[in-house]
Design a binder for this molecule. Structure first.
Ligand code: BGP
Length: 487
């Protein structure tokens, strides 16, 4: 089996997990800049992170000046490490990182633009030229290697000013600021970027850092989601007008969902859970709220705040393709209390060190399910294994476990394309160079083909080292995936 020559092979990153340089180039502060590594307790006891027992959990976030101890300045707490401030310093290493990616044969690089680099508070009339130039330089460099950009406009972060002043996506004002931001990006990069993602993991984002909302209840969450749907639809419409031929997707956190047993109640519960999570993509891909919406809102006590004209906006800005992240599957029963992202274990599957079930067949399953459901091209924009890597005495990193994970997943992707007839535009592996974990803020949860010498507290040289998987992936790309089937 082989993929076509136009298939897009690459990697994906997010600005707050890779860039650092949080006070450089005229950048404003963003919601993630307030996340600590958990060494200081939040006086309100607010926790955004993973449940107890998760390795390396980050415990607290100072997101609001009133949460800070007396006299302390946001982002300047002594003895406290903020992972996004430095991350893996992609802000200064971008040339080297792009060259390393090109060395593997990537023809696409998915990265997110940091909104507060372009509009430091979100409300300026004019964009920050230094911020635009930073991304323009990256795109220039990528073009030299024949690597095209896949831009995530909003990857789980927004200017802190919009969060604190307007409660982020709770407010319709944030929609206007987002559309202005999009217009600026389309004007500047329009001719050079075919593929755009309006939002990252739309079904999983909620709460302060991702949505800028100070409350996390269902009412706030669904209202914020509605505003994001409108913002996405307006961006798609504007993008199509300004950039003929451009293609828009939004990103969905996919996990294959299975009923835990064949007990009819478990199967029915599983169907409800699927709808709760598909809901987000259904609205954005089809342009209207699905018939089962009211059932979800009734069960969750939500009354959506809409305005006349919203329906038309949603209808006019539907997505061109469906992109998603895939890391794991999940089982659902009437006993399931956790959400579908942090989910229940599956006795048939092994887990990663961070407790995520490894399920390559689940990738083929979701590819088929999405294609059946939406009949639009798909794009796998995140997949990979977070693992602890060891630099050997000879300076190598022997990450055979990562090779095994990727090999199994890529083979299932190819089966979905070649056997099942699914149209898949490309595959961007999460974190081609190691970066900060979203869920735990750690560096030791590494995904990359390229090791980055930075530890959980930001110490290290920042040196990049090719892991064993680097050469392996290069071969996969060069052979269009044929090498996966050799043995
Ligand atoms: C997705 C996010 C990414 C990324 C990835 C891996 O949810 O879109 O930003 O981080 O998950 O998750 P983690 O970093 O928690 O291992």
């Amino acid at each position: 089996m082989k993929v076509s020559e136009t298939f897009l092979w690459g990697g994906a990153t997010a600005s707050f997990q890779a860039e650092g340089g949080y006070l450089e180039g005229g950048r404003g502060l963003s919601t993630h800049d307030y996340e600590t590594d958990g060494s200081v307790e939040n006086p309100r006891g607010i926790t955004y992170r993973l449940p107890d027992g998760t390795v390396g959990r980050v415990k607290s976030s100072f997101f609001n000046p009133e949460d800070l101890p007396d006299g302390a300045e946001p982002c300047l707490l002594p003895d406290c490490y903020y992972p996004s401030h430095k991350a893996v310093d992609h802000y200064h290493h971008w040339k080297e990182d792009i060259a390393l990616m090109a060395g593997m044969g990537f023809n696409v690089y998915r990265f997110s633009i940091c909104w507060s680099r372009i509009f430091p508070t979100g409300e300026e009339e004019q964009p920050n030229e230094e911020g635009l130039k930073f991304y323009e330089n990256m795109i220039d460099e990528m073009e030299k290697y024949g690597m095209e950009p896949l831009i995530t406009i909003h990857h789980d972060e927004l200017p802190i000013h919009l969060a604190n002043k307007y409660d982020g996506w709770s407010s319709r004002h944030t929609i206007d600021c987002y559309v202005k931001y999009c217009r600026t990006l389309f004007e500047r990069f329009g001719g050079r970027c075919r593929y755009w993602l309006t939002f990252n993991e739309i079904n999983a984002v909620r709460g302060f850092v991702a949505c800028g909302t100070h409350k996390c209840d269902n009412q706030t969450h669904y209202n914020a989601a509605h505003n994001m749907f409108l913002a996405s639809a307006l961006a798609v419409k504007l993008g199509h007008e300004m950039m003929p031929g451009s293609q828009f997707g939004a990103m969905y956190a996919a996990s294959a969902l299975y009923p835990a047993t064949c007990k009819p109640e478990d199967v029915f519960r599983h169907m409800q859970k699927r709808r709760e999570t598909y809901f987000f993509m259904d609205v954005m891909a089809r342009g209207y709220y699905p018939s089962y919406t009211q059932d979800i809102f009734n069960r969750r006590g939500v009354t959506l705040e809409t305005q006349p004209g919203d329906e038309l906006i949603l209808r006019e800005g539907t997505l061109d393709f469906i992109s998603f992240s895939y890391y794991r599957s999940n089982t659902i029963s009437t006993e399931t209390v956790s959400n579908v992202i942090s989910g229940d274990p599956n006795p048939y599957l092994e887990m990663t060190p961070w407790g995520w079930p490894v399920d390559p067949v689940g990738l083929r399953y979701v590819l088929n399910e999405f294609y059946d459901r939406y009949q639009k091209p798909l794009f796998i924009v995140e997949n990979g294994l977070g693992a602890v890597d060891q630099v050997e005495e000879d300076g190598t990193v022997q990450d055979d476990y990562r090779i095994a994970y990727l090999k199994d997943h890529l083979k299932e992707m190819m089966k979905a394309m070649n056997v099942d007839g699914v149209e898949c535009l490309g595959y961007t592996m999460w974190g081609p160079m190691d970066l900060v974990s979203l869920s735990t803020g750690e560096m030791k949860k590494r995904y990359g083909f390229i090791y980055v010498d930075v530890d959980d507290k930001g110490n290290g040289t920042g040196k990049r080292i090719k892991k064993k998987s680097y050469g392996w992936m290069k071969e996969v790309i060069a052979t269009g995936g044929e090498s996966l089937w050799r043995d």
